[in-house]
Ligand binder design. Structure first.
Ligand SMILES: Cc1cc2nc3c(=O)[nH]c(=O)nc-3n(C[C@H](O)[C@H](O)[C@H](O)COP(=O)(O)OP(=O)(O)OC[C@H]3O[C@@H](n4cnc5c(N)ncnc54)[C@H](O)[C@@H]3O)c2cc1C
Ligand code: FES
Length: 263
């Protein structure tokens, strides 16, 4: 049985994790390895962890991050994030050998990739899709875009996987095609098995429309500001045709037709 099916329903664990390798991969972007064997064993692509602030900065809320890589053998997980505000600055300040408290794995992730899947990543939406892309050797395509090359933060060495075709776009043309991920998806939508997307809400909304028009199944990973991360505070509600759902507990991955996204 694959990691995807076997691990569904695993209960979140709180772990005190040793900070391992820390890389500032580009100005404003950090790639952090954490020794978190309980989470590494059970997490599957599209799930996330809550990273707590160091004790001297409590009661700041923990911050949610998709798992970017997980290695069951070494017990390590990797997160890749943009340094945005106080929380991500404090996490980036943790040096190798320090301890950070984590809660995870959280939420419902992606279903298994079919053959000829297309993964659409806008900006930091790349994080869960790298983990998803690494879950199979089936032929699959990653469309990766951002406004400028500086915002294509994911190191190209992390995208070097057998069977993975990469198409890149930047709005200013500084890398790949000039345009957006949506332009690239329109070009290939008629030949794909399913679409898996993570990125800004207007991009997800466009992905949903294009997939719907082509009668291709699409899955979207939605991001909202979070507090508890476990479904208790309803701080992360997203509108659906049947009422509100919690991104942290019912998502973050939803079938595209299940969520109402803002343009
Ligand atoms: C399920 C989930 C997975 C995520 N995975 C990743 C990831 O893999 N890599 C990554 O870089 N980021 C990810 N994020 C976003 C990340 O959690 C926020 O950027 C982070 O919490 C910001 O914390 P901060 O204290 O540095 O910024 P704050 O001081 O809290 O805010 C700084 C700025 O960032 C904006 N911001 C804060 N949180 C969010 C959010 N959730 N979505 C959009 N904008 C936000 C604020 O509006 C503000 O403008 C994820 C969010 C969710 C909900
Ligand atoms: S963050 Fe509390 S319910 Fe989602």
């Amino acid at each position: 049985m694959s990691r995807l099916n076997k691990q569904r329903g695993a209960k979140p664990k709180q772990e005190n994790c040793l900070v391992g390798n820390k890389q500032i991969i580009a100005p404003g972007y950090c790639r952090l390895t954490l020794y978190a064997p309980l989470i590494a064993r059970e997490v599957y692509p599209g799930q996330f962890v809550e990273v707590y602030m160091p004790p001297e900065h409590q009661p700041m809320l923990p911050r949610p991050f998709s798992v970017y890589k997980a290695n069951q053998k070494t017990g390590e997980i990797v997160i890749l994030f943009e340094i945005k505000g106080q929380g991500t600055r404090l996490i980036t300040a943790a040096e190798p050998g320090a301890t950070l408290k984590l809660l995870g794995p959280l939420g419902h992730g992606f279903p298994e990739l079919p053959s000829d899947a297309v993964l659409v990543a806008g900006g930091m939406g790349i994080a869960p899709l790298v983990f998803l892309a690494s879950s199979t050797d089936l032929p699959r395509t990653l469309i990766y875009g951002a406004p400028t090359v500086a915002q294509l933060a994911c190191p190209s060495s992390d995208l070097d996987m057998p069977g993975l075709t990469i198409l890149e776009a930047t709005e200013d043309g500084s890398k790949g095609d000039q345009g957006t991920t949506v332009d690239l998806l329109i070009r290939c939508i008629n030949n794909v098995g399913a679409v898996f997307a993570c990125g800004p809400s207007p991009m997800l909304q466009a992905v949903k429309k294009i997939s719907d028009r082509a009668a291709v199944k699409a899955w979207v990973s939605v991001e909202e500001r979070m507090a508890c991360g476990i479904g208790a505070c309803v701080g992360c509600a997203v509108a659906t045709p049947g009422g509100y759902k919690r991104v942290c507990k019912d998502g973050p991955v939803f079938a595209a037709e299940e969520v109402i996204l803002s343009e």
